[in-house]
Write a protein that binds this ligand. Structure first.
Ligand SMILES: Cc1cc2nc3c(=O)[nH]c(=O)nc-3n(C[C@H](O)[C@H](O)[C@H](O)COP(=O)(O)OP(=O)(O)OC[C@H]3O[C@@H](n4cnc5c(N)ncnc54)[C@H](O)[C@@H]3O)c2cc1C
Length: 464
């Protein structure tokens, strides 16, 4: 008996929408279920609204800096409700574009929560009916870890709520040291909020190059963001005056915060998905295990994006969707490629990075050349701002191949994207050197490094 659809996608976020559209364009009968807003985390409560808030948070320094260039700007005031309303308008516009694109491709959008209901069957919860499909793709994403072990966690916000606060807090404590924690710290601090980060590790932004992490910490402190490492919140309570008080493990107290934001990781959306009805069990981190082609343990069920706990980034979810389409609908088995995925941290200062950190390169290669430079960007010379930026190349001394490129400072995110091309292609330091500089830019330092700042030979660091 013919089933209702060739493909049923659960979750209309970055990965699900791309897969649904491409499958429909390939001639498949496709439906997609969404329990919230179309566009998913990235569009509705992630990358896009975050970047808009990041832009907003830069103006304070821009106004201050303009004086050194001869401008006098009257007293600047900021209105949080205006920012949030304008941001919401843009997000609504984007959501309608996503809806229109699904309709144009011929994908049927079902605005309901969906769950597996046996092999080839999906239950549409708000309608109460069940549909059938030859193939099912789970793309339900992830959500902030609510950190239930923390006493008083229900008084805290996560990134979801941070986008919709009625008013801007005067003081915020952010627990976490990942990119979401530091990006929101930059946003709130830039908008004038007294901001403290509490992080359990020895330095924020683990997995990034240590030189970047150190400079990032120092620059944040210079700007006035407090970072407390080796600490965790053990209790949050509401005080008589309505403000929050957070107790630290070390016995200290972070008192009188208007908001405490938890940014302690994200958990895959698997609850109530009916995975047990088809015999799919979860991995140790609560994600859906898949093979190299994003197929689950069940033949006709695939999973992509954050719900699989591989690399929680929008372009990765989209790439996994494209590989799924090639594999399943174009008969071209394609594994997602996770090598040299460039990323940015839109904090203040900004970070752009691709390839191996120095520490990881040291584990893999005996002989390395490290090139790095730290300086005050030209723009800062007239503003009096002391912010520094750092550019770094990690090079395999045996092959001359550039293994990693890292930058912190203005424009770092954009640089990271462009650096990803040569690094992914396997460019050598000689290729970088053969490239004419664009002058005057900060990025020109990447093609003008003359001698290594550090040599590693046989695993030992030699003086440069
Ligand atoms: C604050 C923040 C900032 C971020 N910034 C960046 C960034 O700068 N760059 C970057 O690359 N990534 C960023 N990310 C990560 C990025 O948003 C995610 O990696 C990406 O959205 C994952 O896509 P996905 O398709 O797996 O899931 P999602 O986009 O989350 O989509 C999943 C969808 O499934 C729906 N759903 C869940 N369960 C069901 C169900 N049972 N039935 C029907 N629908 C369901 C959800 O409502 C959701 O719409 C950020 C994330 C956050 C939270």
């Amino acid at each position: 008996m013919a089933r209702d659809y060739d493909l049923f996608v659960i979750g209309a976020g970055s990965g699900g929408v791309r897969a649904a559209r491409r499958a429909a364009e390939a001639g498949a009968r496709v439906a997609i279920a969404e329990s919230d807003r179309v566009g998913g985390t990235c569009v509705i409560r992630g990358c896009v609204p975050k970047k808009l808030l990041v832009y907003a948070s830069h103006f304070r320094e821009d106004f201050e800096d303009s004086a050194g260039y001869g401008w006098s700007v009257g007293p600047a005031t900021f209105d949080w409700p205006t920012l949030i309303a304008n941001k919401d308008k843009e997000i609504a516009r984007l959501e309608s574009v996503y809806r229109a694109n699904l309709a144009k491709a011929g994908v049927e959008l079902l605005e309901t929560r969906a769950a597996l209901d046996g092999p080839h069957s999906v239950k549409l919860e708000s309608v109460g009916s069940t549909v059938t499909a030859d193939r099912i793709l789970i793309a339900t994403g992830s959500r902030p870890n609510p950190h239930r072990a923390l006493k008083g966690h229900e008084l805290c916000i996560t990134s979801n709520e941070a986008f919709h606060l009625d008013r801007l807090p005067q003081k915020i404590i952010i627990e976490g040291g990942g990119y979401i924690a530091v990006e929101f710290a930059g946003i709130f601090h830039g908008l004038g909020v007294d901001t403290t980060i509490v992080y359990r590790g020895r330095e924020v932004l683990s997995r990034f190059d240590m030189d970047l992490r150190r400079l990032f910490h120092a620059e944040c402190q210079n700007k006035g963001i407090r970072i407390i490492c080796h600490e965790v919140l053990t209790k949050v309570e509401r005080q008589a005056d309505g403000r929050l008080r957070g107790e630290l493990m070390g016995g200290g107290v972070e008192a009188n915060a208007d908001e405490i934001m938890l940014a302690v990781g994200r958990v895959p959306n698997v609850e109530g998905l009916g995975l047990e009805s088809v015999g799919i069990s979860l991995d140790k981190r609560g994600g859906i295990p898949v093979d190299d082609y994003s197929q689950t343990s069940v033949d006709h069920i695939w999973a992509i994006g954050d719900v699989t706990n591989r690399m929680q980034l929008t372009p990765v979810a989209i790439h996994e969707a494209m590989c799924f389409i090639d594999t399943v609908f174009h008969d071209r088995p394609t594994k997602p490629d996770y090598d040299c995925v460039a990323t940015a941290v839109f904090a203040q200062p900004e970070i752009g990075t691709v390839g191996l950190t120095e520490d990881v390169a040291r584990e893999r290669c005996k002989n390395l050349d490290i090139y790095k430079t730290a300086f005050r960007p030209l723009k800062g010379t007239l503003t009096g701002r002391s912010d520094r930026m750092l550019l770094k190349l990690v090079v395999d001394a045996d092959t001359d191949r550039v293994l990693g490129a890292h930058v912190i400072g203005p424009g770092a995110g954009e640089m990271g994207q462009l650096l990803a091309i040569p690094v992914k292609m396997g460019a050598t330091k000689a290729d970088f050197d053969a490239t004419m500089a664009v002058h005057p830019t900060a990025a020109e330092e990447f093609v003008t490094f003359s001698a290594p700042t550090e040599r590693v030979r046989g695993g030992k660091t030699l003086a440069a």
